[in-house]
Design a protein around this ligand. Structure first.
Ligand code: FES
Ligand code: FE2
Length: 378
């Protein structure tokens, strides 16, 4: 994998853009048929792709100890990931082998999974350990009634799962070390929006809308249409500088650090991004629910330690709420307004221009993956 630029290189590029009133540009324009945001058939192909690709399930930090688990629905299927006594993360279908009850929900820690319907109990490795009233199940082979495992792998502080295929050799090679082991999840919640999952994702793939859409939220602190955009594998990284980057003008280039002066947004194909906001990190996974509905899984983590300094939680929480309640709400509302606008038949396609390089890169890879899925399933 090619290396992403260092902080010093990124900051120099930002200064060049400020001085020349420019931004990074893609080399091509993309047209996405609006049908791809509405059609059931297209959505079915996308779901199939989600189940075959390694997709981000949760941060490793949510599974910090043996017995820590996250249970949530991904690509329409309830999955449960848990760290075992051996330190390994495993993922299972979240469905009891007696009569299918969900075994866990949300985030938590257990010694074993005890079904709340009839109390069958499973170990952290998925093995069926106890059947209440065992004499009621003559001939039951306990070894064949463990939880059904799906593929899970940790990389770069993230847990990936795939439901259908093993993770291909090198498939995660383009995932950099994004989250550090000392970072803690201080919040995990979900919300649904009446918009296609791609519309919610695309909102974070360009800075061309900063001034018009985020006039009073992000724009006073940042720049309009001024980004550094790099692609790596199917993924991309965007830089959104704050105006306070200016204070680094007099700092020798090699000593310039991105901390607090810009936001890195790492997109991980197809539906995940990690935003490194000044005081905390957000892991955002956008789940397809229906062609016109998505669910955002929102994990917020403390920033990595800086020079052994403790995290200022009051500042972290204040910043986290500001970002969530202002700019991100504006992006969500825009995504829903676009979905609603699809009813008008005004557009046959959406046009992504050269300012929207990351979105074009995303669509190119999405199209290629869907084409492969279609030819494999036809
Ligand atoms: S469904 Fe789980 S014990 Fe019956
Ligand atoms: Fe936005």
């Amino acid at each position: 994998m090619k290396n992403l630029m260092s902080d010093a290189e990124v900051i120099q590029r930002v200064f060049d853009h400020i001085d020349n009133n420019t931004t990074d540009l893609g080399d091509t324009v993309w047209h996405a048929p609006v049908e791809n945001y509405m059609s059931d058939a297209h959505f079915a192909d996308e779901l199939e792709m989600f189940r075959r690709l390694p997709t981000v399930f949760c941060p490793s930090a949510a599974l910090s100890e043996p017995g820590s688990y996250v249970a949530r629905t991904t690509a329409g299927v309830p999955i449960l990931a848990v760290r075992g006594d051996d330190g390994k993360v495993r993922a299972f279908y979240n469905s009891c082998r007696h009569r299918g009850m969900a075994l866990a929900e949300g985030m938590g820690k257990v010694g074993a999974f005890v079904c709340r319907y009839h109390a069958w109990a499973y170990g952290l490795d998925g093995r069926l350990k106890h059947v209440s009233g065992e004499e009621g199940f003559p001939g039951l082979d306990m070894d064949k009634h463990g939880l059904i495992e799906v593929v899970a792998e940790e990389r770069g502080g993230l847990v990936f799962v795939t439901q259908k295929d093993p993770i291909a050799e090198g498939a995660l090679a383009a995932v950099p070390d994004i989250l550090k082991p000392e970072q803690e999840v201080f919040d995990y919640h979900q919300f649904e929006d009446a918009s296609n999952w791609k519309l919610v994702s695309e909102a974070a793939m360009e800075g061309y809308h900063i001034k018009p859409l985020h006039t009073k939220s992000f724009y006073p602190y940042g720049y309009d249409n001024l980004n550094v955009v790099e692609t790596y594998g199917p993924n991309s990284r965007l830089v959104f500088p704050f105006r306070r980057v200016e204070k680094l003008r007099d700092v020798p280039p090699a000593e310039r650090r991105a901390d607090g002066v810009l936001t890195y947004v790492y997109h991980l194909f197809p539906n995940t991004r990690v935003s490194m906001v000044s005081s905390h990190h957000q892991l955002i996974i956008i789940e397809p629910v229906a062609p016109n509905r998505s669910r955002t899984e929102f994990f917020r983590l403390t920033p990595p330690m800086r020079n052994g300094r403790q995290v200022d939680m009051a500042k972290t929480l204040k910043d986290a709420e500001f970002v969530k309640d202002t700019g991100q709400m504006e992006d969500r509302e825009a995504a829903c307004a676009i979905q609603e606008g699809l009813k008008t038949e005004a557009n046959g396609h959406f046009t992504f221009g050269r300012y929207e390089k990351s979105a074009v890169h995303f669509h190119q890879h999405l199209e290629a993956h869907l084409e492969r899925i279609r030819s494999a399933t036809r």
